[in-house]
Every structure is written in C-alpha cells, then in structure tokens.
Design a binder for this molecule. Structure first.
Ligand code: F0G
Length: 536
C-alpha cells in the first residue's frame, strides 16, 4: 500500500471555517455592467463575478491565527508593539533559517514579564543584517514599512534617482531585471531611469504537461549573458542596481533557480553593483527550488529562503503576495553593504529614505499600515513558509494548467507558482491577429461576459506595446493570466474555469478585437482606460 506521501496528491493543508455565497448574476446583467464600466477589467464590480483570477495580491484568505492576531493590533502612533514583532519576524524569515526567535509569541501569549519584553523585543539591538534594531535603526535606518510593493519601489527609485543625477547628470541609467513587474517598470521610468528585461531564452519553449511533477527548467531565470553584455555595453557606472524578481511574475510566474541567483550575484560582486530582489512570492520560489533543484530536497524552506537572501544587498517586497497578508510592503537593505556605501554620498541613504517615508507614508513604525494589519502580516510570515500549505497551493495551480494543456489550450508550461498563463500568440495563431488588436483583452471580456470569470491581460495592452520602440516591443510577451488567490478557491472553481476557457478556446474566432476608446496615452493605462470590443 502506498504511503500518505506517495499518493501523487498533496495532503490537505487546511479547511475553510467561513464561506461567502456567490451571487446568481445573469449574462445580461454582466453585459450591462461591462458596458457601464467601459469593458475595463479593473472597473468591473467584483461582487458580480463567480470566480476572480485578476490577482493573487492581497486577495487571499487569512488564517484563523491571522484573524486572532488582529486583536493584538496596537494603533499607537509611534512604536506600536506590532512594529517590533514585524521587524523580528522579518529577521526570522529572511535571515535566521531554522532558528527563528519567534518574538511574536511574547505578544500573542500575553507575556507580562516586563524585563523579558524589554530584553527580547522592545529594546534589543541588531546591526549588520536587513533590519537594524534599537539605536542602530535610529542612526542607520535600513528597514522601511509601507502599505504595498509599489510604495517601496517609489520610495527607493525616487530617492536614488536624484543621487544618480547629482553624480553624473548626463549619464543614462539602466536597471536590469529578469522581468520587471509593471509597477516596478513604471516607477523606474517615472524617475528617468531605463528598465531592461533580461528574460531567460527558454521561456516560451515547449514543455510536456506530464513532466510537471518530474522536472522544472526554471524559466524565470535571468539571462546571464545578456546581463554581462548590458554592463559591458553601457558601462558599469550606468547600471546602479541589478534586480531579480522571485518568482518572475512578468515571465509567466516562473521560478528562479538558486544557481541563477548565485551566478547573478557573482557578476554583481565582480562589477560592485548592488543586487536586489523584488521578493514578492519568495516562499513559492523557495518551494520550487526545494522540489526541483539538485541538492535542496532535504533542506527546509526557511533555510532555502535564508540562502537566497544571503546573496543580495536589499529587497523591495509586496507582502500582499505569497498569500501572506491582505496589505503590506517594505524596502530593506543590508546594513553597511554595497548599496549603503554607494548611495550614502553626502548623507546616509537610510536617513534620506526615512525622511521620504515620513513625508509620504507616516513615521517608520507604521508606514501607513494599521497596527492590526501589521500583526496579521507578521503572523502570515510564519505561515507562508509551511510546506504543506505551499505544496497544496502549487498542486492546485499545476493541476489547473495540466487540465488546460490536456485539452490543447496553449498554456505556458510548466505552471508557475501563483498563476496559470495562456500564450495568446498561440491562442490566436490560426487567425490574422496583430498585437494592437488586443485580442487577449477581448478574451478576458468574453470570459466575464459569458461566464463571470475575471482574468488579467499581461501583454501588448498592459505593457503598452504600441507606445514602445521596436527593440522594447520584443520584450513584450502576449499573455493572459489567471492568478489564484491563497486558500480562496477549491476544485469546483478551477473546474468551472477550465470548462469556460476550453469553450472559449474552441470558439476563438468569435473573440473580438478591442479598441481603446478613452485614455490610450495614460501611464499604467490598463487600470484606467475605456475599452470597446469590436464584434464582427
Ligand atoms: N513586484 C511584483 C513581482 C508584483 O507581482 C507586484 C504586484 C508588485 C511588485 C507590486 O506590488 O501590488 O503590492 O504594489 N503584483 C500584483 C499582481 C498587483 O497582480 O501581480 P503591490
């Protein structure tokens, strides 16, 4: 008899305690709502959907422990207790591997020993890592809590851009990434720096769906040769940072191998350029490394995470990903590391960042988060690295992709960590379709119209193909993404979506082209423009 671990399906990791009834909306009602909201996915009322795969960002289900943690939230204006708990949870998660201190338990258990609270939580001092503590966080701030990832990106890029211009106002600056997310790209561009995508060359290679449990080509990797070439061509001084996004959301949510991180690290050290992570979905990435990269099968997720982060100088993160929490973000950099050295020119870079944080998000101990949300986030950090949860989540996404592939729907394989991506170039390959026909958007409109399912186009429309140079256009993939929020959906939702997608695929000639009826020139226009499907 097979053991519990050998059945080929993961052991269930949790069970729902609360459910919400989905409304019985008709197709005619959705058609009316689509028209009223200019056919834009981001304007459609979520309450009128059956299944929502728009994003896994902040849309997950909180656990009972997270709900309980809310009650420990402290809304004091300065130095709320959750601040200390969160900072130490970040040290635990990214730096302490299998030896977390779990100072959070002092709060959750109602510890009343004042000396213990002072010694182990409120007055402890740390330096040398990503999160200084005590007086070191005051004199050399390096940890910045903000409400979400893009706030961290804004904080970072808007602070370093003037420093770079002061260094050399004539120089063009470039920030390479294995795949910039749209907000990262936009924040970099808004500050006069050029983002560069160095996708792995094998990204769109075929992969057999029946091999997804056996191996993984880590298609999220950075193109190492491309990185060396960029630094050589533009000059070391033109590349202020190197970024790796884990997992690579823009490249179909594919994971990045530890080997690739190590190789990029080597190049970063060779040229003395700080290496950063966009650390959204770090836990899912670590889980792929554990499953598929040689030498990691017997390592714990926390120890893999610790190794990943040992190669970098800093990270921006949206804590809304990985199913961690409904809100939260941050920017952290290594105390006295390369970033600190390079950017502390007239003044300590941490002090400059803190000044901007206070101006825009509030003081450093809450950064525009509520004390309740800080507690839920700190609790979530300990939960997302749990393997049973990660395995079940990964299996759900993989199964979703496998079912589509078995029915010949062009899905990018292997499946990524948080989402299933359809390749729209292949989807429409038997018809005469140009990128700016935006038929990927047409597909998402039809999914809502007929079936009440929402997905996101991440292609020529979202990445503004028509506004780009011929070279930049080559970097634009043509995808539609079904992001699976944490612990929200079960097999019935996935099966319903698979059936709907197959039906639309089989009727793809009826999927309309889409015109931008309002706001084509707006920045980040997929959140803002009005659209009009053109039915034949
Ligand atoms: N980086 C990556 C890789 C992301 O996926 C996101 C957000 C961000 C940064 C920005 O974080 O939303 O907290 O400001 N991705 C969401 C998504 C929106 O649906 O993929 P944020």
């Amino acid at each position: 008899m097979k053991s519990q671990n050998d059945l080929g399906v993961p052991i269930p990791a949790n069970k729902p305690l609360v459910v919400r009834t989905i409304k019985k909306v008709t197709k005619e009602q959705r058609e009316y709502a689509l028209k009223k909201t200019e056919y834009n996915m981001f304007s459609f009322p979520a309450d009128l959907l059956f299944v929502d795969f728009l994003s896994d960002s902040g849309s997950g289900t909180m656990t009972d422990l997270q709900w309980a943690a809310l009650f420990h939230g402290d809304e004091s204006y300065a130095r709320n207790k959750g601040y200390y708990v969160l900072l130490d949870a970040i040290r635990d998660t990214f730096e302490r591997s299998d030896n977390p201190k779990r100072a959070i338990n002092l709060i959750l258990s109602g510890e009343t020993n004042v000396k213990r609270l002072m010694d182990e939580l409120y007055l402890t001092s740390f330096e040398g890592g990503f999160v200084n503590g005590g007086v070191h966080q005051l004199t050399r701030p390096n940890a910045f809590i903000v409400p979400q990832g893009r706030c961290a990106e804004h904080l970072l890029f808007s602070t370093i851009a003037p420093i770079l211009r002061e260094k050399d106002s004539n120089r063009e600056y470039y920030i390479p990434n294995n795949g910039h997310f749209d907000t990262t790209e936009a924040n970099i561009m808004a500050n006069g720096i050029t983002p560069v995508n160095l996708f792995s060359a094998n990204l769109l290679d075929e992969f057999p769906y029946d091999q997804m449990d056996n191996n993984n080509p880590f298609k999220g990797n950075m193109d190492i040769e491309g990185l060396e070439r960029l630094i050589q061509e533009k000059g070391v001084d033109s590349v202020p940072l190197i970024y790796i996004t884990i997992t690579n959301n823009t490249a179909a949510g594919q994971p990045v191998a530890m080997k690739n991180i190590r190789e990029v690290h080597k190049i970063a050290v060779k040229y003395d350029i700080p290496l950063f992570f966009d650390a959204c979905r770090f836990a899912e990435n670590a889980n792929f490394i554990k499953e598929f990269e040689k030498g990691y099968q017997d390592r714990s997720i926390p120890s893999i995470v610790q190794e990943m982060f040992s190669y970098i100088e800093g990270f921006t993160i949206s804590f809304k990903k990985d199913g961690l929490a409904n809100i939260g973000g941050g920017f952290f950099f290594r105390d006295k590391g390369t970033f600190h050295k390079k950017f502390s020119i007239k003044e300590d870079i941490g002090i400059k960042l803190k000044e901007k944080q206070i101006l825009t998000f509030g003081n450093d101990s809450y950064g525009a988060m509520s004390g309740r949300d800080i507690m839920a986030l700190a609790t979530g950090l300990y939960e997302v690295v749990q393997e049973p949860y990660l395995n079940e989540r990964k299996f759900q996404v993989r199964n979703f992709a496998r079912k589509l592939a078995q029915n010949n729907v062009p899905v990018i394989l292997p499946a990524g960590g948080h989402a299933v991506y359809l390749n729209m170039d292949k989807f429409f390959e038997d018809s005469d379709t140009k990128p700016d026909d935006f038929r990927g958007v047409g597909f998402t409109i039809e999914l809502i119209r007929h079936y009440g399912i929402r997905a996101a186009e991440l292609g020529p429309f979202a990445f503004e193909w028509d506004k780009k140079s011929p070279d930049q256009r080559k970097e634009v993939l043509n995808l539609v993404r079904f992001a699976v929020p944490r612990n929200v959906y079960g097999p019935s939702h996935i099966d319903y979506a698979v059936a709907a997608i197959i039906e639309l695929y089989n009727n793809r000639e009826k999927i309309p082209k889409v015109k931008i009826s309002r706001g084509a020139e707006l920045r980040l226009r997929h959140f803002q423009t009005g659209l009009q499907p053109v039915y034949k």
